[in-house]
Design a protein around this ligand. Structure first.
Ligand code: AP5
Length: 222
């Protein structure tokens, strides 16, 4: 039988580059990208019940209550495409309760990637970040400006990307990181996220290709 598809978690502080790397990973490995931040922002702009509940927390730079996010993620993970193509979970779990929810459902990744970036760089990245509402692509005013004036004109700033809110998001991240790491310490890989995005992706690519090979091998030896 064929090897099971890849299951990957990517974590790191706000603006460590998760979304940027996920775009490259999806292009190469065809995994289903599940970003709780993107899912929640879509609920907010569609004005759903979940969105209306989540909005005040997100705009304040605080975590949305676990039960809302967990229900959203587990329902997305159980869909056919995620089972068939594999998944890339971005921004979840973000608390030890969320990690325990996945453990109790026996949902575990093959690898847990942590992007490591110094605080002062994170703050600059958040403040310069711009989002294209039409394509969902992430830009940065100085690091990655858009190619055309047309895209530039429609870029938006996330309401939680002010310096004050970034600092509070960073605090919350640090407070939770250790407890989550304990759950995945055996499959955790820390990557230096303070390098050009292509260099970071090369390292991730090598890692994921190796994990994929190992999965095929273990299927063959069964
Ligand atoms: P979420 O959207 O997950 O925000 P986050 O974790 O703060 O992460 P970001 O999206 O800010 O950053 P990123 O790491 O993806 O970086 P990016 O690639 O954009 O969550 C938002 C909110 O939703 C939370 O605060 C919370 O309220 C709620 N939420 C989400 N999940 C939840 C959960 N599980 N439980 C409860 N609440 C939840 O890059 C950042 C910038 O840097 C960009 O401008 C980019 O162009 C630039 N950049 C990227 N890589 C590089 C590089 N290598 N060099 C230079 N610049 C770079």
């Amino acid at each position: 039988s064929a090897a099971e598809p890849l299951k990957v978690m990517i974590s790191g502080a706000p603006a460590s580059g998760k979304g940027t790397q996920c775009e490259l990973i999806v292009k190469k490995f065809g995994l289903v990208h599940i970003s709780t931040g993107d899912l929640l922002r879509a609920e907010v702009s569609a004005g759903t019940d979940i969105g209306n509940k989540a909005k005040e927390y997100m705009n304040a730079g605080r975590l949305v209550p676990d039960e809302i996010v967990t229900a959203m993620v587990t329902s997305r993970l159980s869909r056919e495409d995620a089972k068939k193509k594999g998944w890339l979970l971005d921004g979840y779990p973000r608390s030890s309760a969320q990690a325990q929810s996945l453990e109790s459902l026996k949902i575990r990744p093959d690898i847990y990637i942590v992007l490591d970036v110094p605080d002062e760089i994170l703050i600059d990245r958040c403040i310069g970040r711009r989002l294209d509402p039409e394509t969902g692509r992430i830009y940065h005013i100085t690091n990655f400006p858009p190619d055309t004036e047309e895209i530039k004109a429609r870029l938006i700033i996330r309401p939680d990307d002010t310096e004050e809110k970034v600092k509070s998001r960073l605090e919350i991240y640090k407070k939770n990181a250790e407890a989550i790491l304990a759950t995945y310490s055996d499959i955790m890989i820390k990557i230096d996220g303070n390098r050009p995005k292509e260099v970071i992706f090369n390292e991730i690519d090598t890692l994921l290709s190796q994990v994929q090979k190992d999965k095929v091998k273990s299927t063959e030896s069964e």
